[in-house]
Design a protein around this ligand. Structure first.
Ligand SMILES: C[S@@+](CC[C@H](N)C(=O)[O-])C[C@H]1O[C@@H](n2cnc3c(N)ncnc32)[C@H](O)[C@@H]1O
Length: 198
C-alpha cells in the first residue's frame, strides 16, 4: 500500500479556505496553484469548485507525491502537476485567471517572493484574482505571540524564510496591476488575502 504525503494543517484549513474560494473564484475558470505540497488542497478545492480547472504545480521533486494523491483522489477538473519554481524566467502556464497559494511566502526567500509576483504578473489575464493564504505581519507586528514564535522557528531552519509584511507583499502585487479586495482572518492565526487585476 502506498502512503500518501499528508499535512494535518492542510486537512484542517481546507474547509474554511473553500468557503471563501467558492465566492471569490465564482467567475474564475482556470486556477494555478503554486506550491501544491501534498495535493490535499487541490483535491478538495477541485471537489468544491467543479466549475473551474485547478492546475497544480510545485518544485520538481514534489511532483511524484502530488501525482500520487491526484491519481488516488482527484476529480477530473484537477490537472496533473507541472514543475514550477517561481524563480523560472518563463512559467509553463498561460491564460490563468485565478492564482491560489497556501503557506508558501514564509517558506520561500524574499527574492523568491518577488519572483513569484513577477511570474504571476506575466501569466495573469485581466480581471484575474489572486488568493494567498498564510500568516502575515501588519505594520511590522505579528498578529499573535504564536506567530512570532513560528517566525523564530522558521528562521532557525532557514534564515531566508520568515513571516512576510503584508505591506511589502501588497506593494509587489500593486506593481503587477493587482489591487487588494479582501483580507479574511482565518483559523490558526492565518489570513486569506485577495487581489484583483484591472
Ligand atoms: C509549507 S509547504 C505548503 C504546501 C501546501 N500549499 C499546503 O498549504 O499544505 C510550502 C510549499 O512551497 C513550495 N515551494 C518552496 N519554494 C518554492 C519555489 N521556489 N517555487 C515554487 N514552490 C516552492 C514547497 O515545495 C512546498 O510545497
Amino acid at each position: 500500500m502506498n502512503i500518501l504525503a499528508f499535512s494535518q494543517a492542510a486537512e484542517n484549513n481546507r474547509g474554511p479556505i473553500a468557503q471563501i474560494l467558492r465566492e471569490t473564484f465564482a467567475d474564475v475558470r482556470n486556477v494555478l496553484e503554486i506550491g501544491s505540497g501534498t495535493g490535499q488542497h487541490a483535491v478538495y478545492m477541485g471537489q468544491c469548485l467543479p466549475h473551474l480547472i485547478w492546475r497544480t504545480s510545485d518544485l520538481a521533486h514534489n511532483l511524484p507525491d502530488i501525482q500520487a494523491r491526484l491519481t488516488a483522489e482527484a476529480p477530473a477538473n484537477v490537472m496533473a502537476p507541472v514543475a514550477l519554481d517561481v524563480a523560472m524566467q518563463s512559467w509553463p502556464v498561460t491564460d490563468i485567471d485565478g492564482v491560489f497559494s497556501a503557506n508558501t511566502l514564509h517558506i520561500m526567500s524574499w527574492t523568491h517572493v518577488t519572483q513569484l509576483f513577477r511570474g504571476i504578473g506575466e501569466i495573469l489575464c485581466e480581471q484575474a484574482i489572486v488568493c494567498l493564504y498564510g500568516p502575515f505581519k501588519y505594520d511590522g507586528k505579528f498578529t499573535t505571540p504564536s506567530n512570532a514564535q513560528f517566525d523564530l522557528w522558521l528562521k532557525q531552519r532557514d534564515p531566508l524564510s520568515g513571516i512576510r509584511d503584508f505591506e511589502s507583499v501588497d506593494a509587489l502585487a500593486r506593481a503587477q496591476g493587482l489591487h487588494p479586495v479582501a483580507d479574511h482572518a482565518m483559523p490558526a492565526n492565518n489570513q486569506l488575502l485577495v487581489w484583483r487585476r484591472g
